[in-house]
Design a protein around this ligand. Structure first.
Ligand SMILES: [Zn+2]
Length: 125
Protein backbone atom coordinates (compact mmCIF):
# COMPACT_ATOMS: atom_id res chain seq x y z
CA UNK A 1 0.00 0.00 0.00
CA UNK A 2 2.60 2.51 -1.15
CA UNK A 3 2.59 5.02 -3.94
CA UNK A 4 5.22 7.17 -5.58
CA UNK A 5 4.27 10.40 -3.88
CA UNK A 6 7.31 12.53 -3.09
CA UNK A 7 5.64 14.60 -0.39
CA UNK A 8 4.73 11.78 1.99
CA UNK A 9 7.26 9.23 0.69
CA UNK A 10 4.41 7.02 -0.38
CA UNK A 11 2.79 6.63 3.00
CA UNK A 12 -0.27 8.75 2.31
CA UNK A 13 -0.17 10.50 5.68
CA UNK A 14 1.89 12.64 8.01
CA UNK A 15 2.04 12.05 11.75
CA UNK A 16 2.75 14.55 14.53
CA UNK A 17 1.68 17.48 12.42
CA UNK A 18 1.53 20.73 14.38
CA UNK A 19 -0.67 23.36 12.85
CA UNK A 20 0.02 27.05 13.09
CA UNK A 21 -2.19 30.03 12.47
CA UNK A 22 -5.35 28.49 13.88
CA UNK A 23 -7.86 31.11 14.95
CA UNK A 24 -9.76 28.99 17.49
CA UNK A 25 -7.65 28.45 20.65
CA UNK A 26 -9.64 25.26 21.36
CA UNK A 27 -8.97 23.77 17.94
CA UNK A 28 -7.74 20.18 18.51
CA UNK A 29 -5.26 20.70 15.66
CA UNK A 30 -3.06 22.68 18.04
CA UNK A 31 -1.99 19.26 19.33
CA UNK A 32 0.27 17.02 17.25
CA UNK A 33 -2.05 15.07 15.00
CA UNK A 34 -2.25 12.97 11.86
CA UNK A 35 -3.13 14.43 8.51
CA UNK A 36 -3.59 12.72 5.21
CA UNK A 37 -1.30 13.73 2.37
CA UNK A 38 -3.28 16.15 0.23
CA UNK A 39 -0.95 15.57 -2.72
CA UNK A 40 -1.66 11.89 -3.37
CA UNK A 41 -4.96 11.71 -1.41
CA UNK A 42 -4.49 8.06 -0.62
CA UNK A 43 -6.96 8.54 2.26
CA UNK A 44 -10.33 10.25 2.00
CA UNK A 45 -9.62 12.53 4.95
CA UNK A 46 -7.50 12.96 8.08
CA UNK A 47 -9.78 10.66 10.07
CA UNK A 48 -9.31 7.82 7.57
CA UNK A 49 -5.53 8.18 7.80
CA UNK A 50 -5.81 8.11 11.59
CA UNK A 51 -7.96 4.98 11.52
CA UNK A 52 -5.50 3.26 9.20
CA UNK A 53 -2.67 3.93 11.65
CA UNK A 54 -4.72 2.84 14.65
CA UNK A 55 -5.33 -0.48 12.92
CA UNK A 56 -1.81 -1.08 11.63
CA UNK A 57 0.66 0.47 14.07
CA UNK A 58 0.89 -0.53 17.71
CA UNK A 59 3.17 2.37 18.56
CA UNK A 60 0.67 4.80 17.09
CA UNK A 61 -2.32 3.12 18.70
CA UNK A 62 -0.68 3.01 22.13
CA UNK A 63 0.18 6.69 22.00
CA UNK A 64 -3.45 7.42 21.16
CA UNK A 65 -4.69 5.22 24.00
CA UNK A 66 -2.35 7.00 26.41
CA UNK A 67 -3.66 10.38 25.30
CA UNK A 68 -7.26 9.20 25.61
CA UNK A 69 -6.56 7.77 29.05
CA UNK A 70 -5.08 10.95 30.42
CA UNK A 71 -7.90 13.03 28.98
CA UNK A 72 -10.61 10.75 30.32
CA UNK A 73 -12.84 12.07 33.14
CA UNK A 74 -11.36 9.25 35.22
CA UNK A 75 -7.75 9.44 34.04
CA UNK A 76 -5.83 6.23 33.60
CA UNK A 77 -2.40 5.22 32.42
CA UNK A 78 -1.89 2.81 29.58
CA UNK A 79 1.20 0.67 30.03
CA UNK A 80 2.43 -1.09 26.92
CA UNK A 81 4.60 -4.18 26.79
CA UNK A 82 8.33 -3.48 26.68
CA UNK A 83 8.51 -4.50 23.05
CA UNK A 84 5.72 -2.05 22.24
CA UNK A 85 3.39 -4.74 20.93
CA UNK A 86 0.15 -4.54 22.84
CA UNK A 87 -1.08 -3.11 26.10
CA UNK A 88 0.16 -4.77 29.28
CA UNK A 89 -2.16 -3.06 31.72
CA UNK A 90 -4.19 -0.01 32.52
CA UNK A 91 -3.78 1.83 35.83
CA UNK A 92 -6.27 4.33 37.11
CA UNK A 93 -4.72 7.52 38.33
CA UNK A 94 -6.15 8.38 41.71
CA UNK A 95 -6.78 12.00 42.53
CA UNK A 96 -3.51 13.27 43.98
CA UNK A 97 -3.08 16.23 46.35
CA UNK A 98 -0.10 17.93 44.73
CA UNK A 99 0.81 18.31 41.99
CA UNK A 100 -2.67 17.58 40.78
CA UNK A 101 -3.51 15.74 37.62
CA UNK A 102 -6.57 17.92 37.41
CA UNK A 103 -4.24 20.81 36.62
CA UNK A 104 -4.23 21.09 32.84
CA UNK A 105 -0.55 22.09 32.82
CA UNK A 106 0.47 18.98 34.76
CA UNK A 107 -1.66 16.81 32.58
CA UNK A 108 -0.14 18.29 29.48
CA UNK A 109 3.39 17.78 30.79
CA UNK A 110 2.57 14.15 31.53
CA UNK A 111 1.24 13.65 28.09
CA UNK A 112 4.28 15.14 26.43
CA UNK A 113 6.52 12.98 28.59
CA UNK A 114 4.70 9.78 27.71
CA UNK A 115 4.56 10.82 24.11
CA UNK A 116 8.32 11.24 23.92
CA UNK A 117 8.96 8.13 25.99
CA UNK A 118 7.39 6.05 23.26
CA UNK A 119 9.58 7.32 20.46
CA UNK A 120 10.89 6.20 18.04
CA UNK A 121 7.79 5.39 16.11
CA UNK A 122 7.97 2.45 13.77
CA UNK A 123 6.01 3.37 10.70
CA UNK A 124 4.36 0.46 8.91
CA UNK A 125 5.51 -0.07 5.36
ZN1 LIG B 1 1.44 11.76 -0.65
Amino acid sequence: MKNNCQDCEGLGYFTDVISTGLSNPNDPYHEPHTERCDTCQMFDDDQKAHEHLMATSWSYAIKEHIKTGLESPTPYKVIPYKNGIGIKKIEFIKPIKSPSYSQPATRHAWRVFLYLALQPVVVPR
